[in-house]
Design a protein around this ligand. Structure first.
Ligand SMILES: NC(=O)C1=CN([C@@H]2O[C@H](COP(=O)(O)OP(=O)(O)OC[C@H]3O[C@@H](n4cnc5c(N)ncnc54)[C@H](OP(=O)(O)O)[C@@H]3O)[C@@H](O)[C@H]2O)[C@@H](O)CC1
Ligand SMILES: Nc1ncnc2c1ncn2[C@@H]1O[C@H](COP(=O)(O)OP(=O)(O)O)[C@@H](O)[C@H]1O
Ligand SMILES: [K+]
Length: 504
């Protein structure tokens, strides 16, 4: 049974917290103690040589976690200094309780001005000023202290969320008054903001810590945001039937490449034949036959009448899916070929790269999109389709509006590639690494998705599976060759290794 990994809005967390307290049951103070204990354990696993820590605690429950973490680290023999921000006194009840518990072991120094924060060499700063309760930009002394933290060379580790960062929309925020952490250990759920490139400088590397919030309320709370992990994919990846033959594994057509740009077709084809497709046809320009036959002998060439580019698919066989776009160019014949394809083929259609650029330029083609269409733009291609965005959060909104308006599935590619569905759900991918930010890596994804579509998986499942497996293959490459050494061809070659890890 598939367990959906949900991303909640920070405004929903209090209800989940409350339900857990009432139904586990557990006191809120014990829940905080549990969260702080799990946080401390993880911190000490990652940071094995800690000369000392400086906890900066606020007055809300995030500060409460900070005081509890200070006590637990101190108990484990770590030298701990604790600071609070002057002028603020109204601690939440659990923060107050942990503040008092800490006072039995050590003192709390007051930061009256930013310069009071003097850090020793090697001390790690634990940021527990604000958590998910932030409701406006940080100003005043707290803002100056955050700037001081960011200016220091000391490492900073955030409790739950970097102080000053809002969980979702930061359009209104002041980028200068958000803690820049090296690591964030967050409780139970990733925050949407962690998925966005623009927040990487604040969040650093992040991990979700399971603090045992109640599964019933997690299952019941609605959300339209999810994330895909290895477990999700293992649960939805169908097994290969023992009596499979190439017919049951599906027939797909890849329309890719132009004269002098055949690499994209080769990469897509290599990935498709390593991702379980029964029969792969490659529609390539007339002059591209030899390239495909020598590099991907498994593929059946379907040459275009044009020697140099895609102009038309003359014979539409009984394909289960078609992918079109990588390096096809945007010349007039190709525009005509794409238009004809969209008019005559209404099955599963993966549109990538130049197919998307053509649609962005010839906007009447948008009306030919249908529910079988999957669009796989990177950020720039999406901007061409939907216009510029002021930030990543706004782009996400545009993405889900676009998918809804045209009733299509979209994969917006990048770190944490996100799948948008026609019913406005978003699924963030958790595999992959920056080593994949190389030319051709997207062509590989197109091939993977074509293979899964030919296998007649439903669109959302095939996207979650394909995007994750593609990232996992990139991770396999990076593990062996390093990120710099990772290239698109290697990702295609390693698809088999990724599938082996995911198959039951
Ligand atoms: N989820 C869970 O189950 C668990 C959660 N836990 C922990 O709880 C944390 C959330 O705690 P929280 O709700 O008390 O919020 P937190 O951010 O600490 O304080 C907010 C306070 O600050 C204020 N304030 C807001 N913005 C401000 C600003 N810009 N400048 C100045 N003040 C500002 C605001 O007060 P206001 O001024 O609006 O009255 C509010 O009172 C969460 O991150 C996690 O660490 C764990 O203990 C275990 C289980
Ligand atoms: N930092 C990153 N982390 C994880 N995956 C990434 C990262 N950067 C790029 N990728 C992945 O690599 C692929 C790049 O695709 P794309 O930009 O279309 O390249 P091309 O058009 O050259 O084939 C996408 O699947 C994307 O998700
Ligand atoms: K924090």
């Amino acid at each position: 049974m598939e367990k959906l990994n949900k991303v909640f809005r920070t405004a929903q967390l209090a209800a989940i917290d409350k339900y857990t307290i009432e139904h586990e049951p557990v006191s809120s103070l014990d829940l905080m103690e549990r969260a702080a204990g799990i946080w401390t354990d993880r911190f000490l696993k990652i940071f094995t040589e800690v000369a000392g820590v400086v906890v900066i605690a606020g007055n809300g429950n995030n500060g409460g976690d900070g005081y509890a973490i200070a006590r637990l680290l101190n108990r484990r023999g770590v030298p701990v200094r604790v600071f609070r921000i002057a002028g603020t006194q109204d601690r939440s009840p659990d923060c107050e309780a942990n503040y008092r518990r800490w006072l039995t072991r050590g003192k709390v120094e007051e930061l009256k001005q930013a310069d009071d924060l003097v850090l020793q060499k090697g001390e790690i700063v634990i940021d527990a000023i604000f958590g998910s309760g932030l409701n406006r930009p940080v100003t005043g002394l707290a803002a100056r202290i955050i700037k001081q933290m960011n200016a220091s060379v000391n490492r900073v580790v955030a409790v739950d969320i970097p102080s000053g960062l809002a969980g979702e929309d930061n359009t209104w925020n002041d980028p200068e008054t958000i803690v820049c952490a090296e690591y964030t250990f967050t409780f139970q759920f990733p925050k949407l903001a962690f998925m966005l490139a623009e927040n990487e400088k604040y969040v650093g590397r992040w991990e979700v810590l399971d603090i045992g919030l109640h599964p019933e309320i997690i299952a019941r709370q609605p959300t339209d945001w999810f994330y895909t992990t290895e477990d999700t994919v293992k649960a939805i990846l169908p097994p290969s039937p023992v009596f499979a033959h190439k017919g049951t594994n599906g027939k797909g057509l890849l329309i890719a490449g132009s004269y002098g740009m055949m690499g994209a077709a080769v990469l897509g084809a290599k990935a498709a034949v390593r991702s379980g497709i029964g029969l792969l046809y490659c529609h390539i320009p007339g002059k591209g036959i030899e390239v495909i036959q020598t590099t991907v002998p498994e593929a059946i060439p379907d040459p275009d009448e044009s020697a140099e580019r895609f102009s038309a698919v003359c014979k539409l066989r009984d394909y289960d899916a078609i992918a079109v776009g990588p390096a096809i160019g945007q010349g007039p014949e190709t525009v005509g070929g794409l238009e004809k394809l969209l008019r005559t083929w209404r099955g599963t259609t993966i549109l990538d790269a130049d197919a998307l650029n053509i649609i962005a330029e010839h906007r009447e083609l948008l009306d030919l999109l249908h529910e079988g269409c999957i669009l796989t733009p990177h950020m720039k291609e999406f901007e061409r389709l939907a216009g510029k965005s002021v930030n990543d959060f706004e782009r996400l909104n545009k993405l889900s509006i676009f998918a809804n308006q045209y009733r299509v599935h979209i994969v917006l590619k990048g770190a944490h590639s996100v799948i948008a569905t026609p019913d406005r759900r978003l699924f963030f991918n958790m595999s992959g690494n920056p080593g994949m930010a190389k030319g051709g890596a997207g062509d590989v994804l197109t091939g993977v998705l074509l293979a899964l579509a030919a296998n007649k998986l439903n669109l959302l499942d095939l996207l979650r599976i394909g995007v994750f497996a593609h990232g996992l293959a990139g991770d396999c490459v990076a593990e062996k060759e390093g990120r710099r050494g990772c290239c698109a061809g290697m990702i295609a070659e390693r698809m088999g290794e990724a599938w082996k890890r995911l198959e039951k």
